[in-house]
Design a protein around this ligand. Structure first.
Ligand code: PBG
Length: 331
């Protein structure tokens, strides 16, 4: 539509100044949307950079507490905790995962003691504790479902006892959310939440994470329990099932190659949806930025707001601290 030679409607009018752009922005990222993944290891006074994740570290518990303080200072309010387990403590049943004095349990207790307001989530899966690097008990080369669910439920209770606010099962066994909800309630942890990794794909983007925890599968792959990247209808089914079984939050993982899955899940559940911007996504941007091929900060913020636009309410990301800092500077 034009009058004379002029268009009536000019989209550019609303893009004409920073104030206007901010006013009409449809999605806004804030530090409270972000969940910072943190890696803890045994020992004292040490932090180790993860080779495939530049600027990202695994900390001994004492140094992790300093890192948590920094996260808190930039406005991060929640973290998800992963523990690196020494090889000699790994077995097929993930026995160490249930140790009340295990690294994960000690880390949860220490963080909650020093930072009671920090929302502490814990990863529930057997792979860091498994001698096979799988998320469940292995028998004759098969990953057993129901036996694994029993262990995972105990793990959830153990983390809740240590003070975890939310447990985050990332194993993709069937029926684990219902079983975990029941186990938590029976143990008196009716207020402990569950963030279910509902649509977790069998992805090669987890490579750097497996370096960080030394948790790569010893044989085979995870395709009999994690999802096929070709599927989206199945993601809706998994997310709806987890919602019915009592999940408080459902998650899609990885993030960038699965934007459509985030949208589909968001439109089909009524609980908040989170996305995990995984280690390989972090590694790709870091590598390109190191080469001077991409602007790290710009691409990071574009990616994160993209998740919100796709329908994610929460974002677990290794960029949490950097993004939060930037958001503070901009406001
Ligand atoms: C453990 C777990 C994995 C990730 C989160 N929890 C690895 C896997 O399933 O192999 C991946 C996170 C990332 O790549 O950032 N089950």
């Amino acid at each position: 539509m034009t009058h004379g030679q002029f268009p009536y409607i000019r989209g550019r009018r609303l893009r004409n100044s920073a104030a206007l752009r901010a006013m009409v922005a449809e999605h806004n990222l804030k530090p409270a949307d972000l969940i910072a993944p943190v890696f803890v290891m045994e020992g004292e006074g040490e932090k180790v950079e993860i080779p495939s994740m530049p600027d990202y570290y695994r900390y001994t518990l004492d140094l992790l507490l300093e890192e948590v303080k920094q996260l808190k200072d930039v406005g991060i309010r929640s973290l998800v905790l992963f523990a690196k387990v020494p090889d000699e403590k790994k077995d097929n049943k993930g026995t160490e995962a249930l140790n009340p004095k295990g690294l994960m349990q000690r880390a949860v207790r220490a963080i909650k003691e020093q930072f009671p307001d920090m929302l502490v989530m814990t990863d529930i899966a057997m792979d860091p504790y498994s001698s096979y690097g799988h998320d469940g008990v292995v028998e004759d080369g098969e990953i057993l479902n129901d036996k694994s669910v029993e262990i995972l439920s105990k793990m959830a209770v153990s983390h809740a006892k240590a003070g975890a606010d939310i447990v985050a099962p990332s194993d993709m066994m069937d029926g684990r959310i219902g079983a975990m909800r029941e186990a938590l309630d029976e143990a008196g942890f009716e207020h402990t939440g569950i963030m279910a990794y509902s649509a977790k794909y069998a992805s090669s983007y987890y490579g750097p994470f497996r370096d960080a925890l030394d948790s790569a599968p010893g044989f085979g792959d995870k395709k009999t329990y994690q999802m096929d990247p070709a599927n989206v209808q199945e993601a809706i089914k998994e997310a709806q099932l987890d919602e019915q079984e009592g999940a408080d939050i459902v998650m899609v993982k990885p993030g960038l190659p699965y934007m459509d899955v985030i949208r589909a899940v968001k439109e089909n559940v009524s609980v908040p949806v989170s996305v995990y911007n995984v280690s390989g996504e972090y590694a790709m941007l870091k590598a390109a930025a190191q080469k001077g091929w991409l602007d790290e900060d710009e691409v990071m913020m574009e990616t994160l707001v993209g998740f919100k636009r796709a329908g994610a309410d929460l974002i677990a990301t290794y960029f949490a601290k950097a993004a939060s800092k930037l958001l503070n500077e901009q406001s």
